[in-house]
Design a binder for this molecule. Sequence first.
Ligand SMILES: [Zn+2]
Length: 283
Amino acid sequence: MQLPLAILAVFVLLWGALWGSFLNVVVYRVPAGLSVVHPRSRCPKCEKQITWWQNIPVLSWALLGGRCFYCKTWISVRYPLVESAMAILALAVAWPWLPGLLSGDVLPWQVATGVLFEQYFVFALLAIALIDADTFLVPDSLSLPLPLLGLGLAFAVGGVRDVSWQQAAAGALVGGGGLLAVQWLYAVLTHREGLGTGDVKLLAGIGAFLGVQALPAVLLAASLQGLLFVGAWSVVGRGKLATDRGIASIRHLAMPFGPFLALGAVQWLLLSRIAAKALANWL
Ligand SMILES: [Zn+2]
């Protein structure tokens, strides 16, 4: 690997860790209806303010041994995990853009726009997945801007990303409208509500960012992995989940679909370009 590329990669990793740190704040505060910018973070137990050196992504958690500096309460391992995951994902998202930037094939503003919007897309998907898994709700403040941002990105650098604004618009309409139709049909047939309206807005956003061509694969990946998860969970943790949700049978288990839609979308974003390139080489 050339030196400029390595330096860029380290910079993007650190940048991604900052995204991850903010992601923890969003996942904690948005469902509670709190501001994400004010006040500064506090220990939920002793309510002492967390200083800058206790707030460095991953590193602080490790240095503090996973405990609050003041009251020694355990800090969930989810915080450094989310920060590491977002750092790695931020780099994975930026990676395909970097060679074009270094060779001058893609203009710097196009790279900046593409990388930032795609990183925000992954950030919002992760936040939605975690909040949906925690609370069974997809917050509008995270899902509603996605279709607009996806369209904006397609307008700005559509040609470079191979997602035209027409594909983005069709993706938003087919994604949102299609899921709305499925939801309506399911409700009519079973007299039960199967999917939340949050999933409709989420899939509209995914369609806008990835284009209409991504939707079949994203839905298939989300459904298969969701089924796998339910299958595995019904073997391993049926008792616990049933008591948690106050339900007697796995058949009536309510599963949030948002995390699996988010997973499928991230997989498409990261893998479709690699797959297309490999296919082109092979043919
Ligand atoms: Zn504390």
